[in-house]
Design a protein around this ligand. Structure first.
Ligand code: EPU
Length: 420
């Protein structure tokens, strides 16, 4: 497994281009299953999760061609069954279930299981399918949803942690071809959900209200092929912004959507980071001094759970006490023990991490455990004195396009060590 070797202490300077959003492109690729006509998706990041999704689509019978950052999918004829070996590699693959059910009125998909950030239940996805009239059967690790014909109806998709991102996407994708009107209450408002809705609308779907808590879908007979540009990855932009602040540098983040980052920018400013805007570019640098900040992760437009680990890394450098509370995924603190290896002082109390910041970080070998934890360790390594080796960076390759290459362009001394 590859690792990154980082010689820390170099302030980042220069420009970085943000790639397309992983969490938008995965359900958008799945949505191509809803039509037998060709679709073209642009600004697709080159990530292992995207390659997994391409494999899943091919396995289901679609033709997939990748040409640079453009992906062509033609799902002329497909089957409605996805095996455990396909699904287990990526929890996000559950988002094929809505389109399969929408197109074929039947889908059998292996249950994805949990992962290191916490249990990943799909009860709300199933609730959505049931609200559309599907019968659900769970047997031998597989979930089967089937209906003679899906029929639109009302559904409430709020769970114990609030709305569900992929659950909302799945509900929309199943409902677009259903007979009649579907209303999703407590829908996820994340920009990625809006991007999926926009792609579906380009395919001929009738969807209103995406981006708000009530989404209304009026079923249509068939969808056609469409072209779509994926939105920029707000989590990647936030990660680079925090890296600039941690290394005391100044970077220009090109093509970021600041309007998708209000909560992050607000907390960064509170923490003493200066964020300026020039057109669609964001210019980020550390102000005179970093300050502690209390952060609670919440569904959008709240502070994203996918930036919690990176924000915690920043807080280790802010003199004083910061409290970071995780409200979305109960075990998403895998980075804490590794940040501690770099010299951070962090204690976990229930859903909160108490960070006593201000002590300089010093390099050490660390182990990446999930995607965002890995990102936090890399940016902490960039700010730490000495050498940090981040092992098992395949987690990072799942969600950050060429992070090492982009960081090197900003002046970081970071090297990928390929395992032979
Ligand atoms: N939940 C349920 N029941 C469900 C579905 C979710 O109780 O049926 C709970 C979850 O356990 C969690 C909360 O609802 O407590 C929110 O989960 P959500 O369904 O929104 O997560 P997701 O759609 O599976 C996506 C992203 C995650 C991101 C979350 C939250 C993709 C492929 N994944 O997951 O991204 O953290 O939304 O914003 O879109 C990442 O990129 O590193 C990542 C983990």
């Amino acid at each position: 497994m590859d690792s990154f070797l980082i010689k820390g202490g170099v302030p980042l300077h220069g420009e970085v281009e943000i790639s397309g959003a992983k969490n938008a492109v995965l359900p958008i690729m799945a949505a191509t299953l809803l039509t037998n006509e060709p679709c073209v998706i642009r600004r697709v990041p080159n990530l292992s999760d995207v390659r997994f999704m391409a494999q899943i689509l091919e396995w289901l019978g679609a033709k997939v061609k990748v040409d640079g950052d453009t992906v062509h999918v033609h799902a002329k004829k497909i089957k409605g069954h996805a095996d455990y070996d396909l699904v287990r590699k990526m929890r996000g693959s559950i988002c094929i279930m809505g389109p399969l059910l929408g197109r074929l009125n039947k889908a059998t998909v292996s249950l994805p299981g949990g992962c290191v950030i916490g249990a990943r239940p799909i009860n709300l996805h199933l609730k959505a399918f049931e609200a559309l009239g599907a019968k659900i059967r769970i047997e031998s690790g597989y979930v089967e949803a089937s209906a003679k014909r899906l029929v639109g109806g009302p559904m409430f998709l709020g769970g114990r942690a609030g709305s569900t991102v992929l659950g909302t996407a799945n509900a929309m994708m199943a409902a677009v071809l259903a007979n009649g009107v579907t209303t999703i209450e407590s829908a996820a408002c994340e920009p990625e959900v809006v991007d999926v809705a926009n792609f579906l609308i380009a395919m001929g779907a009738k969807i209103q209200g995406a981006g708000g808590p009530t989404v209304t879908i009026t079923g249509v007979k068939a969808l056609h092929g469409a072209e779509h540009n994926v939105i920029p990855d707000r989590i990647e932009a936030a990660t680079f912004a925090i890296a600039a602040a941690m290394t005391n540098g100044q970077i220009t983040i090109k093509g970021a959507r600041a309007d998708h980052l209000h909560a992050v920018i607000d907390k960064l400013q509170e923490a003493g980071v200066v964020v300026d805007h020039r057109g669609s570019d964001m210019i980020v640098r550390r102000g005179t001094k970093l300050k502690p900040s209390d952060v609670t992760t919440l569904p959008y437009p709240g502070f994203p759970t996918d930036v919690q680990a990176q924000m915690m890394a920043l807080m280790t450098m802010s003199p004083g006490i910061s409290i970071i509370t995780e409200r979305i995924f109960e075990s998403r603190f895998m980075h804490v023990s590794e940040l501690t290896r770099l010299g951070a002082d962090i204690q976990i109390e229930g859903p909160s991490a108490i960070v006593k910041g201000g002590k300089p970080l010093s390099g050490a070998p660390v182990m990446a455990s999930d995607l965002r934890a890995s990102a936090a360790l890399v940016i902490a390594g960039l700010a730490a004195k000495g050498t940090t080796q981040v092992n098992r960076v395949y987690h990072l390759d799942r969600g950050y396009e060429q992070m090492d290459v982009k960081l090197r362009k900003l002046g970081a001394r970071i090297q990928r060590i390929e395992e032979s």
